[in-house]
Design a binder for this molecule. Structure first.
Ligand code: PLP
Length: 398
């Protein structure tokens, strides 16, 4: 028998992917499932991106590329940041990976290890604490509240710092809460780090998906000293509906990017050549497709928020970005639904899936017990029908 490693035993499977698998099982058994568990746009990748990738394949761009991506894709990313934020950097400051998750993993592997602490505000994206744990570093969780808009304050950050703090992980717009820090809020946070050795990993993957007056901020540009202390993460999955292409990137100090490049060269050799051609078309091509998807997400947000707010017992801060609603379900704890007594977010979501076939992700997966996350990245008819089911099911709890 082959024994599995300590590392394999120390990490949890991704809760969102596991929730999606459970819904697929029910569907295979012939049940209609309203699946709100996956953070994946239902749109197909825009045609001009697919055509560019197909052309690249037919033109013979089917070989290994440099480990951190081609010069062309790096230049396209640099053009995109210059146009969007006025952020200028060279090829030595950018690396393309197999999705933003991979970029985050490599950024952490390149900068932290055993004995180091990484500050993560909760609720956090499911993978953060496991990705930190895989490096041997220790995640230090800072709990934020719905009343505070799920935002960490500078005082909370200062209280979490220790001589071992090596990094702060930020994610705005946020998965799972949809909260978006204002520029002033971010300035106050980063200033709390100025006299420390801590770096910032700023995951900005939802930067093109903000609603109403909310605006994304490129953290690295907030203060002149931050450019050398910040690793910016983003990718094509969410804004360009390119989840399956696995295109993410990191922008940061040259020495960190070089270390990430070395790690990546041993892990995966390089990101997919054909996907890199698609990414260039996404970043350089027409951006109307992004605006159209954002408009549809905004309509889905309105629908989701208005329906959830009308349900007695649920409370919900309005998400300013990304495509998630994160709502308080703790009022249902202690109630019995059918033959199931709900005691926490995990048992709440399990009973809901089993009895009403509505699939949410428990808040516990995001370090926030008492809540559930609904993705509204699916079509409006699914949102309407699934939320009608939820509205019928909730009052069955006695
Ligand atoms: C906050 C956040 N960061 C990173 C990712 C990873 O995206 P990908 O690996 O598809 O680029 C996700 C995906 O759900 C996310 O929500």
């Amino acid at each position: 028998m082959i024994r599995t490693s300590k590392l394999a035993g120390s990490i949890q499977p991704s809760a969102t992917l596991a929730a999606g698998a459970k819904a697929r099982q029910l569907r295979a058994a012939g049940k209609a499932v309203y699946d709100f568990s996956l953070g994946e746009p239902d749109f197909d990748t825009p045609k001009h991106i697919c055509e560019a990738a197909a052309k690249a394949a037919l033109d013979g761009h089917t070989h290994y590329t440099p480990a951190g991506g081609t010069a062309e894709v790096k230049a396209a990313i640099a053009r995109w940041y210059k146009k969007r934020y006025g952020y200028e950097f060279g090829a030595e400051n950018v690396i393309v990976s197999n999705g933003a998750k991979h970029s985050i993993h490599n950024a952490l592997a390149a900068t932290v290890g055993p004995g180091d602490e990484v500050v993560i505000p909760t609720p956090y994206w499911v993978s953060y604490s496991d990705l930190v744990g895989m490096t041997g570093a220790t995640p230090v969780l800072v709990h934020t509240t719905a009343a505070g808009g799920f935002k960490m304050t500078p005082a909370q950050l200062r209280a979490a710092l220790s001589p071992r703090t090596r990094m702060l992980m930020l994610n705005s717009p946020n998965n799972p809460t949809g909260s978006v820090y204002t520029r002033a809020e971010l300035e106050a946070l980063v200033d709390a780090l100025q006299d420390t050795d801590a770096a910032i990993l700023s995951d900005e993957i939802y930067e093109q998906l903000t609603f109403g007056d909310a605006k994304p901020t490129c953290t690295a540009l907030l203060r002149p000293w931050l450019r050398d202390r910040t690793i910016t993460i983003s990718g094509a999955s969410k804004s360009y509906a390119m989840t399956g292409w696995r295109m993410g990137w990191a922008v940061g100090p040259a020495a960190v990017v070089k270390a990430m490049d070395t790690i990546q060269s041993q892990e995966t050799s390089c990101p997919s050549s054909v996907s890199q051609a698609g990414l260039i078309a996404a970043l350089d091509g027409p951006q109307e497709c992004v605006a159209e998807m954002r408009t549809e997400f905004a309509a889905r947000r309105e629908l989701t928020v208005s329906r959830l707010k009308a349900m007695p017992g649920l409370s919900l801060p309005v998400p300013d970005g990304a495509f998630y609603a994160f709502f308080d379900v703790s009022g249902f704890f202690g109630k019995t639904f059918g033959d199931k007594t709900v005691t926490d977010s995990v048992t709440f979501c399990a009973a809901l899936l089993e009895q009403a076939h509505v699939n949410l992700v428990p808040g516990a997966a995001f370090g926030a017990e008492g809540f559930a996350r609904m993705s509204f990245a699916c079509g409006r008819p699914t949102i309407e029908a699934g939320l009608a089911r939820l509205a019928e099911w909730l009052p069955t709890g006695k």
